[in-house]
Every structure is written in structure tokens, then in C-alpha cells.
Design a protein around this ligand. Structure first.
Ligand code: AMP
Length: 279
């Protein structure tokens, strides 16, 4: 496994990969868990060369967010990545990605208006910018994103389409802990009591799915019930509970086609997200 830290070196390495080889790319912020590994596994199955990027992207964090305390452990990541069959880790510094004079950004008009986009201004601008840069540096044939960050996945899928990028986009299922909590690097912030109560999101989702299965199509009614479940956990503070159309990421009143029940919930300072597709 090769570890590459500069853009120049990554581009050189990429240019030496034979043109008949398929390249799969998994962008992450590191502190790898089973969720990340599931993306790497899928990339491994479908490609000749697997590139993983590990980069805690400063421009996607708001001023009061957790950039400084975001968990980092490159040695651990390196081991896990190798076990998952990664060929190349691209591990740049912030200075490498955003050198002095950096001034270009990518935005979406529409897909970031609700959910996390509304709650974290500038977040998706940071995500789109770094992902486009990473695509240009690694030139993958296929890329793998998690449903865990569903709005991000939709925005990147749309960016690939809108910018005519020749990249196959794959969205992979949410990997969960045994009790249902969606795996996340941020779960490490939780105190033991918060960790216990963090299943609130999964319980809420299950309630929503149950109502949907029983024929409920009124978004407001489903949301109210989900909120009730989440609020029954005394440490949970709801940031949002929303039901949006899958393709537009805009709120729905009545559920019809493919829609998403999405939640963001605070436990202390830790903000967790989860979602389920209803169709
Ligand atoms: P992150 O390192 O949190 O930026 O995540 C990198 C990629 O891993 C993103 O595409 C995430 O959606 C995906 N991911 C994170 N957590 C999970 C999970 N629990 N299950 C599946 N994919 C995940």
C-alpha cells in the first residue's frame, strides 16, 4: 500500500496506472470504522486499484464546529485500510489542498436548502469543493459514498451529472452498531450515558418506517411520531426531523415516490445524523 501526501505525487502515481485498470475512489475524513470499510470493500470488489483519501477538510466545518477535536489516528487508519485491500492512501495536508491564494469553490443551488444544508451554512460548499478537487487529483472511474450522509451523496451524485464527470457514483447502505446506532467517527465523542441514548435516532427511524409500512403518507404525522420517540430520550436535543423528496431533498407534505426520513440530533455538543429511505 502506497501513502501519498502531495497532489503532485498523487497525480504522478495516478498517471502511471495502466489505462485498462479500473480505479475506485473512497473519500473520507479518516478515523475509519466499519462504515468506511464497507465502501472500501465494495470498491475493492469492483476495481483493479482502490484509492482512499483521508483528509479532515477544514472548509466544510463551521466556525463553531468540531474541526479541532475531530478524531484523527493515521496509524490506525493505515492498518485498517491495508486490511481492507486499499492500494493507495492519499493523505494531504490542508496547505497542500488549499495553498495561499486559493479562491475557487463549488456550490449547489437547491439541494442544500434543507436538512444539514440549512443547519450548516457553507458545509456543502466545502464538501463539493474538496470532492471535485479529489476527483480531479485521483481521476477515478467509480466512487463510493455512504447513505449515512444522504444529502451529501445526492449533492455529489448531482455534481457528477451536472459537470459531466465520467465517474460512476455508488451509494452504499448505512452500517450500524449492534443496537442500531449508525457508525460515525463522531460517536467517539459520546459519554457512556449519551452513547446508550444515541439509539434514539434509530428508534425514531424505526417508528417512521413502521408508520409508513402501515400506510401513513402524511409527512407531518410521521414527523410528530418520530419526534415523540426521540424526545423520550432525555439527553436527545432534536436539530431536525424532516421528510424530503429523494431527488430534490426538499420537504414533502404527502409521501409519494422515493422519499427520505432524515434526523439530526444533539447529545451534548455531539451532533448525530441518520436517515432511512421510504419508498
Ligand atoms: P466521513 O469520513 O464521515 O466523511 O465519511 C466518509 C464516507 O463514509 C462518506 O461517504 C460517508 O457517508 C461514509 N460513511 C460514514 N459512516 C457510514 C456508515 N455508518 N455506513 C456507511 N457509510 C458511512
Amino acid at each position: 500500500m502506497l501513502i501519498v501526501k502531495t497532489v503532485y505525487e498523487m497525480k504522478m502515481t495516478r498517471s502511471k496506472i495502466q489505462t485498462n485498470k479500473r480505479v475506485g475512489f473512497v473519500p473520507t475524513m479518516g478515523y475509519l470504522h466499519e462504515g468506511h470499510l464497507s465502501l472500501l470493500k465494495k470498491a475493492r470488489e469492483e476495481n483493479d486499484v482502490v484509492i482512499l483519501s483521508i483528509f479532515v477538510n477544514p472548509i466544510q466545518f463551521g466556525p463553531n464546529e468540531d474541526l479541532d477535536r475531530y478524531p484523527r489516528d493515521f496509524e490506525r487508519d493505515e492498518k485498517l485500510a491495508q486490511e481492507a485491500g486499499t492500494d493507495i492512501i492519499f493523505y494531504p495536508t490542508s496547505e497542500e489542498m488549499y495553498p495561499e491564494g486559493y479562491s475557487s469553490y463549488v456550490i449547489t443551488e437547491g439541494l442544500d436548502r434543507h436538512l444539514c444544508g440549512a443547519k450548516r451554512p457553507g458545509h456543502f460548499k466545502g464538501v463539493m469543493t474538496v470532492v471535485l478537487k479529489l476527483f480531479n487529483i485521483t481521476k477515478p472511474h467509480s466512487t463510493y459514498f455512504g447513505q449515512k450522509d444522504i444529502q451529501q451523496a445526492r449533492i455529489i451524485e448531482q455534481m457528477i451529472k451536472d459537470f459531466n464527470l465520467d465517474i460512476n457514483f455508488h451509494i452504499c447502505p448505512i452500517v450500524r452498531e449492534e443496537d442500531g446506532l449508525a457508525m460515525s467517527s463522531r460517536n467517539t465523542y459520546l459519554s457512556p450515558e449519551e452513547r446508550k441514548q444515541a439509539i434514539a435516532l434509530f428508534k425514531g427511524i424505526k417508528r417512521g418506517e413502521e408508520l409508513y409500512k402501515n400506510g401513513e403518507r402524511d409527512a407531518e404525522k410521521i414527523k410528530k411520531e418520530v419526534e415523540k420517540v426521540v424526545k423520550s430520550f432525555n439527553l436527545a436535543k432534536i436539530d431536525y426531523v424532516d421528510i424530503v423528496d429523494y431527488s430534490t431533498m426538499s420537504p414533502l407534505k404527502k409521501l409519494g415516490g422515493k422519499s427520505v426520513l432524515a434526523l439530526a440530533v444533539y447529545f451534548g455538543k455531539t451532533r448525530l445524523i441518520d436517515n432511512t429511505i421510504l419508498e
